[in-house]
Design a protein around this ligand. Structure first.
Ligand code: CTP
Length: 133
């Protein structure tokens, strides 16, 4: 009997790609056999973080798609569509950084929800600040 493959899904902006992003994606992939990544659109990022991204969505998507640990990417347009995305991609696991801890527990009726520890001391915001100063 062949084992059912397990799909993991995660979401993020992944702007100014850094080591915290890579570690999160590699660990997320470790929860299954296929990793699908929802990359925030420029407009969604603006509404979520109050500023536009440095790199446009098509470039951020290309960078994430090129990683060995990533199988599929798509545009994430809004938080409200999360359930629709989970169902569309038939996700077995939703993996998010622990800055979102507890925020997606409502989806545990359709998939396993895991929160992964963030890599300390690095963020897109910190990198932008460092370059600025
Ligand atoms: N992430 C992580 N460790 C970090 C930074 C981010 O594990 N040091 C994870 C986040 O928890 C999230 C994913 O990477 O699951 C995408 O995060 P994103 O918001 O795109 O990156 P940040 O660096 O947190 O961006 P910002 O500073 O703009 O909030």
């Amino acid at each position: 009997m062949t084992r059912q493959s397990k799909t993991v899904i995660t979401f993020g902006t992944f702007d100014v790609f850094h080591i915290g992003h890579l570690r999160l994606l590699e660990r997320a992939r470790g929860y299954g056999d296929r990793l699908v990544v929802g990359v925030s659109t420029d407009a969604f990022n603006e509404s979520k973080k109050g500023r536009g991204p440095v790199f446009p969505e098509n470039e951020r998507m290309q960078l994430v798609a090129a990683l060995k640990c990533v199988d599929e990417v798509f545009s994430e347009e809004s938080l409200e569509k999360k359930r629709e995305y989970l169902l569309r991609w038939q996700a077995n696991v939703l993996a998010m950084g622990d800055d979102w801890a507890g925020r997606f527990d409502e989806f545990s009726d359709i998939c396993q929800v895991v929160y992964l520890e963030r890599t300390p001391a690095v963020s897109t915001t910190a990198v932008i600040e460092k370059i600025r100063t």
